[in-house]
Design a protein around this ligand. Structure first.
Ligand SMILES: O=C(O)CCC(=O)C(=O)O
Length: 365
C-alpha cells in the first residue's frame, strides 16, 4: 500500500544569514552579491536575516529586498534548492547517526590496547569506525632504540630533505604548503630543532618523500612488527617520516585514507572529531577546516557548538589508528619523530574520493 505522503520537511528554524562583508556607500548589487544572497537562502536562512545582513553591510535596503524576492524564482535556484534539500536530509541522517554513536558512554574514550586480533581490528575499529591506539607492537622495532635526532644526524645528516619553513608567518601554512617548501640538510635541520625550542615554525612533514629514496631506505629496516592488516611489501611505498620540534601543529583536517601513525620519539596530542560531524566544521578548502581547536571562535563558527572532540596523547612506542574520515588536529608535545603508514589490506580500497567544496569567497566591496 502506498504510504501517505509525509508533510514537507520544515526548514531549519531560525537559520540566520552570515554577517555580510561591509560594502562602501553606493555599492551596487554585483554578481558576487547575487551569489552570496543565493547561498544564504539555499542554506535556509530567513529572508529577513539576509536582508538585515545586507543592510548592515551598507547596501541599499530597497535593492536588497528586491534581489531577495527575485532569487527564489530563478530556474538555477530552483534546481539548486532540490540539491540543497537532499543535502539537508543527508546531514540530518548523519547527525542522528552521530547521536547514536554518542549514546555509548565510552564514546569519548580512545581505546588504548596492547594488541588486537585482525578480526577484532576489522570489526570494531575499521568497520566500527573507531580510533584506536596500539601500544604493544613496536616492542621489536630497532627504530625505538635508534631513531634519536642525534642518530638521524650522524647517519643521514649529509642528505637533503624537504621541510616546511616559515609557517608562523602564515595561518594557512598547510593549505599553502607549496609556498613553505624548503630543501635543507637533515643535519642542519636536526641542529635547528634541538636548539630552537618549542615552535610551530618548521616541521619535516609527510610531504617529504624521504622514504621513497634509496639513501633513506635503511630506516625501513628498523621497522619491526606491523599492526593488524598491514601489508609489509607495500611499506616503502606507503609510509612517511615526520620530524619536528615540540609545538608543531597540524591543523584540523581529514585524510583521504585510513592510516597508522607511530610515535618513535616524543609525544603528540591528537584531537579527533567524527566524520559524521564534518558538516559542522566549515570545510570549504580541500580537506581542511578553518577551526583551530586550541581557540574555537563560536561567534564565527556557531555550528561547531556541541561538537564532541576526543583527545588522546600518544606516547613513544604507541601507534594511532585513524579510521575512515576522522578529522584530526595534532600537536607535538616534545621533539618528535614519527612514522606513518597506510599499507592496510582492507575489503574496500583504502582511499575515498572527495570533491573540493567551492570556496565561499566573500564578495568584493
Ligand atoms: O603528526 C602530525 O603533525 C600530523 C599527523 C597527521 O595528520 C596524519 O598522520 O594524518
Amino acid at each position: 500500500m502506498k504510504p501517505p505522503k509525509p508533510p514537507a520537511p520544515p526548514r531549519p528554524p531560525g537559520m540566520q544569514a552570515e554577517k555580510a562583508p561591509p560594502a562602501p556607500a553606493g555599492t551596487s548589487l554585483t554578481p558576487e552579491w547575487l551569489r552570496w544572497t543565493t547561498e544564504q537562502l539555499l542554506r535556509g536562512c530567513t529572508p529577513e536575516s539576509v536582508l538585515a545582513s545586507m543592510i548592515a553591510a551598507g547596501l541599499d535596503a530597497q535593492a536588497s529586498a528586491e534581489l531577495i524576492e527575485l532569487v527564489p524564482g530563478n530556474a538555477v535556484y530552483i534546481a539548486a534548492e532540490g540539491r540543497a534539500q537532499q543535502l539537508r536530509k543527508l546531514e540530518s541522517t548523519l547527525a542522528n547517526l552521530q547521536l547514536l554513536w554518542e549514546i555509548d558512554p565510552m564514546y569519548s574514550i580512545v581505546d588504548k590496547r596492547v594488541s588486537v586480533s585482525e578480526e577484532e581490528f576489522m570489526e570494531r575499529y575499521v568497520r566500527g569506525c573507531r580510533p584506536l591506539v596500539l601500544t604493544g607492537h613496536t616492542r621489536d622495532w630497532p627504530a625505538m632504540q635508534r631513531w634519536s635526532p642525534d642518530y638521524l644526524k650522524d647517519r643521514f645528516g649529509h642528505l637533503d630533505v624537504e621541510v616546511q619553513a616559515e609557517r608562523q608567518a602564515n595561518p594557512r601554512y598547510e593549505e599553502d604548503k607549496a609556498a613553505h617548501r624548503r630543501n635543507v640538510r637533515l643535519g642542519d635541520f636536526v641542529d635547528q630543532v634541538l636548539a630552537g625550542g618549542e615552535t610551530n615554525d618548521y616541521y619535516l612533514t609527510a610531504n617529504n618523500e624521504a622514504l621513497r629514496r634509496p639513501d633513506f631506505a635503511p630506516l625501513l629496516d628498523d621497522i619491526g612488527s606491523l599492526p593488524p592488516c598491514c601489508i609489509r611489501s607495500e611499506l616503502a611505498e606507503r609510509s612517511s617520516f615526520w620530524f619536528g620540534p615540540a609545538g608543531t601543529v597540524t591543523p584540523l583536517h581529514h585524510d583521504t585514507l585510513m592510516l597508522f601513525h607511530t610515535q618513535v620519539v616524543g609525544r603528540k596530542r591528537w584531537r579527533l572529531i567524527s566524520p559524521l560531524q564534518g558538516q559542522r566544521l566549515y570545510n570549504t578548502n580541500g580537506v581542511f577546516s578553518p577551526i583551530d581547536l586550541d581557540a574555537v571562535d563560536l561567534r564565527q563558527f556557531p555550528l561547531f557548538a556541541g561538537v564532541r572532540v576526543l583527545e588522546v596523547v600518544v606516547w613513544p612506542g604507541e601507534t594511532m589508528f585513524l579510521p575512515l574520515g576522522w578529522w584530526h588536529q595534532v600537536r607535538a608535545l616534545d621533539v618528535s619523530v614519527s612514522f606513518s603508514y597506510s599499507n592496510l589490506a582492507l575489503p574496500i580500497p583504502n582511499m575515498f574520493t572527495y570533491f573540493d567544496p567551492v570556496p565561499r569567497a566573500v564578495p568584493d566591496a
